[in-house]
Each structure stands twice: as C-alpha cells, then as structure tokens.
Design a protein around this ligand. Structure first.
Ligand SMILES: CC(=O)N[C@H]1[C@@H](OP(=O)(O)OP(=O)(O)OC[C@H]2O[C@@H](n3ccc(=O)[nH]c3=O)[C@H](O)[C@@H]2O)O[C@H](CO)[C@@H](O)[C@@H]1O[C@H](C)C(=O)N[C@@H](C)C(=O)N[C@H](CCC(=O)O)C(=O)O
Length: 488
C-alpha cells in the first residue's frame, strides 16, 4: 500500500508486509524493521542485507541498488522516490512546518541560529534549527545529529516530529555533501537561502565548478517547486547561478540592483534599505560578516513571512550569535575571540572585522584540517600574514595527516615580504597559551577554525577539545599572575 506507484516489489507472497520501523544501517536494525539500503551501501549491500535479516528485518527497501533476498524487497530507482515513500510512511505529505534551507560556504550556522531566534520572537509557536550545532529545539535542548545536514531518515523524522509538535519553522543548514548525497530528497523547502561561495570541500566535489553547481542545484530545485529564494548579490557566481525570481541582499546603501541593501554604520549598528524605506538595527553581533548575516535574515523574514521592513528592528535588535562565531571568551577582557572561520574567505572576513576592533596588535592562532581541501592551506597562510601582526600556525583536526606537513603547506602561502611575525606551535593548547601570554594592552587575539567544536579529530579518534576552555584557562592564569604581581 505504502509503496503503491513508487517502485518494483519483489516478494514471495502478495500479502502486505507489516513493518515496525525503518533503519538505514544494518547494525541498528531491530526485529520487524524495514532496512533501507541507500546507493552508498552498494559495495557491501549483500552483507548488509544478510546482517539486517539476521537482526530480524521483515523487508528491504533498495534505493538505486540491486538486492536479492528471501525477504520482500522493494526496489526504488531514486532517492526522490525514497523521499516520497518516507513522506507516506511518516505521514508528512501535508507538511505544516516551513523548512528553510540555508546553503553557502560560510554563514550557514549563524543565519540558521539568527533566523530561529527572529522567528521565535515573531510568533508563538516553536522554531527549530538544524546543522553544525545539532538539531536545536531550544538553546538548551540540542540533539547530536552527526552531520551538518543529517541523513535522509533523520531529515524525514525531523519533519514528522516538527509537524506533529506544531513547530512553525525549521532553519536547516544544507551542506554540499547533504545535497550531493541527496540526504534532503523528498523535503520541500519553503525558502532557500544562499549566503556565499568560497573554497571548502573542493577535493570531495572534484573542483569548484561542481561544488558551485551542487549548491545551485539545491536553490534551483527549491525555486522549481515554488519556494522562495534569498541570495547574496555580492557574489558573481551566485548572481549567475541563482534562479531568476531570487530576492537579493547586498552591501552598500546606494545601489538599485538589490531588494535589501545593508551597511554597518558602526560596530553593532546595521542600516537596512529597501523600497519600503530605511531602518536601523541596534546591538547586532560584532563583525561585518555578522552584519551581512543579519541582513540575510532580514530579507528572509520580509520575503518568506511578508514582514514589513519597519518591524525588523524589534525582531532583529540585540539578536545573538551562535557559540563559536566571533564569541568573546567570557573570562577575558574583550581581547580574545573564538571563531569557526576555517575557510580562506571566512578567515579573511573574521580578521578584517577583528582589525576594526583592535587598538594595538592583531593576533591569530589557526591551522587547517587534515584530509580535506589542501588548496586552502597556502591561501589561509597568505591571508593570516596579510591581516595579522602575530600569527601562530597550529593544528586543527589533523585526522590521518601529519600536523607538520599541513603546517608547511600553510607556510608555503606566506611569501615574503610581509610584516607579520609567524610562530609555529603544533600543540594547539600551547599555541593558545603562548598567544595569550603575549597579549598586551589593546591587542586582540582571534583563535580561528574550531569555534564551538568540542573535539580534536586525530587519526580517526575524536579527542575532547574546547578552544574556549583552553583560552579561559590561560586567561585566568595570566590575570591571576598579574594580580599577584600587583599585590607583591
Ligand atoms: C563521506 C560522507 O559524506 N559520508 C556520509 C555518508 O556515509 P557513507 O554513505 O559513506 O557511509 P558508509 O559507512 O560508507 O556506509 C554506506 C551505507 O551503508 C550502511 N551500512 C554501513 C555499515 C554497516 O555495517 N551496515 C550498513 O548498513 C550505512 O548506514 C550507509 O547507509 O552518509 C552518512 C549518513 O548520511 C553520513 O553520516 C556520512 O558522513 C560522514 C560521517 C562525514 O564525515 N561526512 C562529511 C564529509 C560531511 O558530510 N560533511 C558535511 C558538512 C560539510 C561542511 O562543513 O559544510 C555534513 O553535512 O556533515
């Protein structure tokens, strides 16, 4: 019944099969479950199907893979069909919750966070977000979902639970991997948001062009089924690849090619201008990139909820930033900030913003991840010495690579002449300690790359880690030492 019109059923008997649940991993199948074999299981699908049978599976759903089994097998040709099946299964064909899909190299987490907060202020129903921080039902109620864009099953389970729970909206981060692997198949997005384009995951996608087209594909698909599109006009590639009816936000008040123009007048003060007039949003998080994120959320509210420009100051004033995004280390004295910037573009923007807040030297501690896009290493090295006065090259999720090799590739981008002083300290704890010990009056330190991440990925193991805790430890040491000296 459930599968009517969707695919080919191979079964010994024509009786309906009762299923008690559904699972996409043989290791977690329970008696009575249907095991869904996704295209990526192709290489070992026979083993997984056998294992699922032993665990008590009563049916197999094979998506784009060929399966033979004694169990009834439903063959579906595509992830789209699997998505439709899941909507029937979860009874979400009539979705009441609005799904916002935020894609772009940087800014996804901040936009999702701020959109959740603004929509929560706007109306009384719950609003969720989902992404790098997890599945966030409230700031103190976060479920780990493993990926930025979770598996197809998790996406559909989330849609179902949002529908049942009367959730108004879910602001979802949509990663390029999530799009390429069709984890979002069967979810109709109410609004797609395209924040920017830069360098990340190029190795995984086989180059920038494919990466760009992957993101464009998601935005165009949303437009094709009637969803709104909000896009950043300041990126030529986005201009070129976004659908015609996209709504645009852009930097600089005196332009007529955008629906919403923005300008940060002073740190924390954002002016917005549209055909409806001008407003000022007060007390937004520091940094030009956050001003741009707030502008993005502003246009999203206008487009998706028809909220007038004049109502935005109360919805966006004093909006918060997510943890690890230009986050001031609380034990500090306005001198140490943690930022998730781990792409060349994000590091550049973060350091430029930090420079405006610095009265003396700007310092940065950063590294690059192992087994990921190598092109960005020298680029980030070049940016660091161009923007900062003191640079510590250190480790950041080396995974299976030697941290010293990653560091030397970063150094390759630091071609002379440059004025910055560069230090190599592969132990991230020590690098942060050295940088904090060096801080003098008016200096500002950015600890970049890990943001909120609570682990260090080393050789397949996720070791507990927190930039914030390490920075706090050294700040306490520094200030208690300073206190002792004053008493002595
Ligand atoms: C390389 C990659 O993207 N892998 C993702 C992918 O896993 P996979 O298909 O490769 O998994 P696999 O282990 O080969 O197994 C294949 C299939 O067989 C099944 N299986 C496997 C073993 C078994 O015993 N039985 C069994 O049934 C698995 O459940 C799976 O369905 O599908 C999984 C479920 O959706 C993801 O969790 C997993 O993300 C891994 C952990 C990952 O690190 N991915 C990164 C690259 C990623 O996706 N990152 C983006 C964020 C990028 C950003 O920073 O913007 C993200 O969205 O998280």
């Amino acid at each position: 019944m459930l599968a009517e019109g969707l695919g080919q059923l191979h079964a010994e008997s024509s009786d309906d099969v009762l299923i008690m649940g559904i699972c996409d991993d043989s290791r977690y199948v329970k008696p009575g479950y249907a095991m869904i074999c996704l295209p990526r299981s192709r290489a070992h699908v026979a083993d997984y199907v056998e294992a699922a049978g032993k665990q008590g599976a009563t049916a197999i759903i094979a998506v784009g893979v060929s399966v033979t089994s004694d169990l009834p097998v439903l063959h579906l040709a595509s992830m789209q069909q699997a998505g439709l099946l899941l909507r029937r299964l979860f009874r979400t064909e009539e979705a009441r919750t609005h799904f916002y899909g935020i894609t772009g190299t940087d800014g996804k987490t901040s936009v999702a966070w701020m959109l959740r907060e603004a929509l929560t202020r706007y109306q009384p129903k719950p609003v969720w977000s989902c992404g790098t921080l997890g599945w966030l039902r409230a700031p103190d109620d976060i479920l780990d979902i493993g990926n930025t864009t979770p598996s197809m099953l998790t996406m559909h389970a989330m849609l179902s639970s949002a529908n049942l729970g009367g959730v108004h909206s879910v602001a979802c981060e949509i990663s390029s991997h999530g799009i390429a692997q069709e984890r979002i198949a069967g979810i109709d997005f109410h609004t797609a948001i395209w924040t920017n384009m830069g360098h990340d995951h190029l190795q995984d996608h086989g180059g920038y062009e494919t990466y760009l087209k992957t993101k464009a594909g998601f935005v165009q698909a949303t437009a094709a089924h009637g969803g709104n599109v909000v896009a950043n006009a300041d990126h030529a590639d986005i201009r070129e690849h976004a659908p015609e009816h996209a709504c645009w936000y852009g930097h600089g008040l005196y332009r007529d090619d955008v629906d919403l123009a923005w300008e940060q007048e002073l740190p924390g003060l954002l002016r917005l201008k549209s055909a409806e007039g001008e407003v000022v949003i007060e007390d937004i998080p520091l940094g030009d990139f956050h001003a741009e994120n707030v502008a993005c959320v502003a246009l999203t509210l206008m487009v998706s909820m028809a909220i007038p420009l004049a109502d935005l100051p109360k919805l966006l004033g004093r909006i918060s930033a997510p943890p690890g995004r230009m986050q001031e280390v609380t034990a500090g004295y306005g001198q140490v900030y943690i930022d998730y910037a781990h792409t060349p573009e994000a590091l550049d923007r973060c350091l430029q913003a930090a420079r405006k807040l610095t009265r003396a030297r700007l310092m940065v501690v950063f590294g690059c991840g192992g087994e990921r896009d190598r092109e960005k290493r020298p680029q980030m090295g070049a940016i660091a010495v161009e923007q900062a006065d003191l640079v510590w090259i250190t480790s950041d999720n080396p995974r299976g690579e030697m941290p010293a090799v990653i560091a030397s590739e970063i150094e390759q981008g630091m071609s002379q002449p440059y004025a910055a002083e560069v230090r190599l300290q592969l132990d991230r704890d020590k690098a942060i300690g050295e940088a904090i010990a060096t801080l003098a009056e008016g200096d500002l330190l950015i600890i970049a790359g890990k943001g909120h991440e609570a682990y260090m990925d080393v050789c397949g193991q996720r070791l507990p880690w927190s930039d914030e805790q390490v920075a706090e430890k050294y700040l306490h040491q520094k200030h208690s030492l300073a206190g002792e000296e004053m008493c002595a």
